[in-house]
Write a protein that binds this ligand. Sequence first.
Ligand code: NAP
Ligand code: ZN
Length: 348
Amino acid sequence: MSVTQVAAYAAPAAKAPLERTTIPRRPVGEHDVLIDIKFAGICHSDIHQATDGWGEGIFPMVPGHEIAGVVTEVGAGVTKFAVGDRVGVGCFVDSCRECEQCLAGFEQYCLKGMTGTYNAIDKNGEPTYGGYSTHIVVDENYTVRIPEGIDLDVAAPLLCAGITLYSPLKHWNAGPGKKVAIVGLGGLGHMGVKIASAFGADVTVLSQSLRKKDDGLRLGASEYHATSDETTFEKLAGTFDLIVSTVSAPLPLDTYLRLLKVDGAFVNVGAPEDPVSLNLFSVIAGRKTLAGSSIGGIAETQEMLDFCAEHGLGAEIELIGADRINEAYDRVQASDVRYRFVIDTATI
Ligand code: NAP
Ligand code: ZN
């Protein structure tokens, strides 16, 4: 097969509305699979990048790193997948495969840098284009299997939102007897509540308001507090073993660190565009940990999908046609999402 043009939605320039276009997809190589994309989630990271919020992006940009679809062609050397398999692709499509991080299964921390699913340049010097499109060609080693038992539409957001919460919750031992707070009930946050409660932890949601309290409790939280209410920080001082922040804007870290127990950890997965300040006494007092975490490796992403299938966990989604992507971006930026927009790629 030669290079094919496929339909996609792209931002032609930073901050410009996304519009329908066509993009090239490479021929199916020996170790590649061709995926007929069925659904693509909209992550806040798509918006940060399409608006140059994290620095200068590569345009035209086809965002989308929460991809769920079906394999329609495989290269001659492919052993892991067959035509008809239900598969997913997350935030990266390649890495060096040689460094200690890649060899340990932490491709997201590849010492030479992973190749992003979009807004990156691949080994052939070509720009990568993401999931807001009808098809994608991906190396089988960067493709995961979506188990039977999770519908593809609610599985798509697991490829970023799901793994981004699963990985730190597992690493920092969220489980029975642990008090865990999830800050921000958006795409990532709602998966954090589901996964942490499936791990057996006692989960509290810290949200800007009580607007989504009923949802938070239904998703598995035992408590729900508004961060706009100053008494929340007095009431909950010294409460948590682990706090995972999914907030897309800078937070007053010193205030949040006071909510940890001695030896507690505050793990940031939100990726605000602006720096934050910190008084180091906030971690000195109480031997607290301030950490970050980025998505997860391929093997852990597969483990997370299998866990979600076993526990009946998928994302809560609002399925949209591609003509509503720009509206969805506005709503995500206004924290008006319950809890992930997913594009039906048949509408592209
Ligand atoms: P999202 O759906 O927009 O959720 C973010 C939530 O944060 C909002 O729903 C809101 O929750 C809260 N929030 C927003 N603005 C706030 C503010 N000014 N102050 C306090 N709370 C605020 O976004 P997402 O897709 O979950 O992504 C969240 C962040 O994680 C983004 O920055 C994204 O780029 C980043 N991210 C990081 C990784 C990683 O690997 N580390 C992976 C994916 C995404 P409430 O309404 O409940 O307050
Ligand atoms: Zn994402």
